[in-house]
Design a protein around this ligand. Sequence first.
Ligand code: URA
Length: 199
Amino acid sequence: MTQKDDLLEKIKDEILALTDSPLYNERIKNNNFPVIGQGNHSAAIMLIGEAPGKNEAKTGRPFCGTAGKILDELLASTGIKREDVYITNIVKDRPPFNRDPLPEEIAIYGPFLDRQIEIIQPQIIATLGRYAMNYIMEKFGLNNELKPISDNHGKVFPVSAKYGSITIIPLYHPAAAIYNQKLKKTLRIDFAVLNRFKN
Ligand code: URA
């Protein structure tokens, strides 16, 4: 185990014991797992979604349902391997009925995401959907650039992290393309931007 593995394992243990979370009882009641994250612990690219859905909470793995299939297609279209990136969400437990995460849920899980970023130290953070975009853009001082995702998707924002210069790229959420082929094409074009930063 590397030091990074240990630190990420510690986050997992803390989230497993997070009885303060408003989503903890839901997890236990439904025999669900928290979804911590998956992938390369030294990835150059980190993808951040919103919260686990049903399949993710059953397996503990991010993006393994319908949206995950689209994400896999998008990654394949860029030639980036899923195992080379790190995939996680802001909220680590499934909100009931897949409703949007509440501010108090983002507040309780956000610090774990902050720690994951500092441990993995990605060069690129690609956000999937508006919740991840808002959280990450605010965290990295891009408040003045915060616009609807329809304006910001595919744009490249250079910022300073504690560990150096990095790039934020807001992307639409893959689930938005489930019934919208036009948006899928846009996502494919936006994902191609990631190609410049492959490991
Ligand atoms: N949607 C998300 O935002 N994250 C997942 O892990 C799955 C679906």
